[in-house]
Design a protein around this ligand. Structure first.
Ligand SMILES: O=C(O)c1ccc[n+]([C@@H]2O[C@H](COP(=O)([O-])O)[C@@H](O)[C@H]2O)c1
Ligand SMILES: Cc1cc2nc[nH]c2cc1C
Length: 359
């Protein structure tokens, strides 16, 4: 068995008994039942993932920003030059990007992973050089990746998840950087959900109506070129190789790796949503490890998290990527679990429950 198969084999469904314990415990805490809304559901899901209640506090946290370039950039789907990918990687490493500010705000470690940046990057502290290829090929002309490249990029993500957890992380967050990657994301989301390109293709970093119309055409052409959506029997890795990016592949692996280790993974925006669809197609139980950090402004992101059955914690019209939406959600996830550890029960605190018979 290779690393991908071994990782998938290690993923199991949520532990129902632990979820029941968490639900019962929530009902005994000194608050009206259900008053923490969606956060109660998060705490119950994380108990199911851990296999016991309370689950470990998701502290410390580590965000991995997977960076890669895209051959479909040549089709004019984004106003930004491709070299911005490498330039932003340098900015992340210098500590000057929004991801750095938000990570500092919530005490998360930042790792940047070059899984497919077109330019050669010099060694730097905080940079993992795991380049599989110097960007993908143009998905409208042929497969974006070979199957071997796709598998090796997924393996990179699995290894990064494993290494961050070995280094002590108890919560993983996805991040991405890749000019043109919202086009590949839209193609993946259309391929996995069956929704038409116009429903899942957004404006990415910001494009005018004419460029958006062209982007929808490019997504449609890419899907047609590869016979997608291919239906239930399709190999998810073939779909990934056909229209995905190297960072999508690595993030799919990162999600699989987190799920195998039963460590929660907070998903960022549309790129993570597309990658999580790949991971869930490979192994539906990965969803038990996933928390949707936020809802991105990209329409395809809502389609992806709906298909995964996930509810976003933060909804601020963000469309940056880098892991920024996941980082903003992190204190919510941590607070949800801390409640199970620290809040007194009605019995222990001597607080009266509702009178029997009251409505
Ligand atoms: O996370 C999101 O939902 C998101 C939405 C729009 C844009 N982005 C970021 O913007 C870049 C891709 O945008 P584009 O327009 O070049 O496809 C890439 O670096 C992403 O991290 C990210
Ligand atoms: C400046 C810039 C920063 C980004 N961060 C993530 N994607 C990005 C795209 C651009 C263009």
């Amino acid at each position: 068995m290779d690393l991908i198969d071994e990782t998938i084999a290690a993923i199991a469904p949520p532990d129902e008994a632990a979820m029941r314990d968490a639900r019962d415990h929530q009902a005994r805490l000194t608050k009206p039942p259900g008053s923490l809304g969606v956060l109660e559901e998060v705490s119950i899901r994380l108990a199911g993932l851990a296999g016991h209640c309370p689950p470990p506090l998701p502290v410390p946290a580590a965000v991995a920003v997977f960076a890669a370039d895209h051959g479909v950039h040549a089709q004019g789907v984004t106003p930004w030059p491709q070299e911005v990918t490498a330039q932003m990687v340098a900015n992340f490493l210098a500590g000057g990007a929004v991801v750095n500010a938000f990570a500092a705000q919530v005490g998360a470690e930042v790792t940047v992973v070059d899984v497919g940046v077109a330019a050669e990057l010099d060694p730097a502290p905080g940079l993992l050089r795991r380049k599989i290829a110097s960007g993908t090929a143009d998905l409208t002309l042929g497969p974006a990746m070979t199957m071997d490249e796709a598998r090796r990029a997924v393996a990179v993500g699995i290894e990064v998840a494993r290494d961050r957890v070995s280094a002590g992380a108890r919560c993983l967050l996805t991040g991405d950087m890749g000019i043109a990657n919202t086009t590949a994301s839209a193609a993946l989301i259309a391929a996995f959900t069956g929704l038409p390109p116009e429903r899942v293709t957004g404006r990415g970093t910001g494009i005018d109506d004419a460029t958006h119309a062209r982007k929808v055409e490019i997504v449609a052409a890419g899907l047609a070129r590869h016979g997608l959506p291919a239906g239930d029997g399709a190999d998810p890795l073939e779909v990934l190789a056909a229209v995905g990016g190297l960072e999508h592949a690595a993030i799919a692996g990162f999600v699989l790796g987190a799920a195998a280790l039963r460590v929660p993974v907070v998903l960022d925006g549309v790129i993570a949503g597309a990658a999580a669809l790949v991971a869930a197609a490979l192994c539906p139980d990965v969803v038990g490890a996933c928390v949707a950090g936020h809802r991105s402004a990209e329409p395809g992101h809502t389609a992806a998290i709906d298909a995964l059955g996930l509810r976003p914690l933060v909804d601020l019209e963000l469309r940056l990527g880098e892991g920024t939406g996941a980082l903003l959600a992190l204190p919510l996830v941590q607070g949800a679990v801390r409640v199970l550890h620290e809040v007194a029960t009605f019995d222990s605190a001597g607080v009266s429950g509702k009178d029997a018979g009251d409505l």
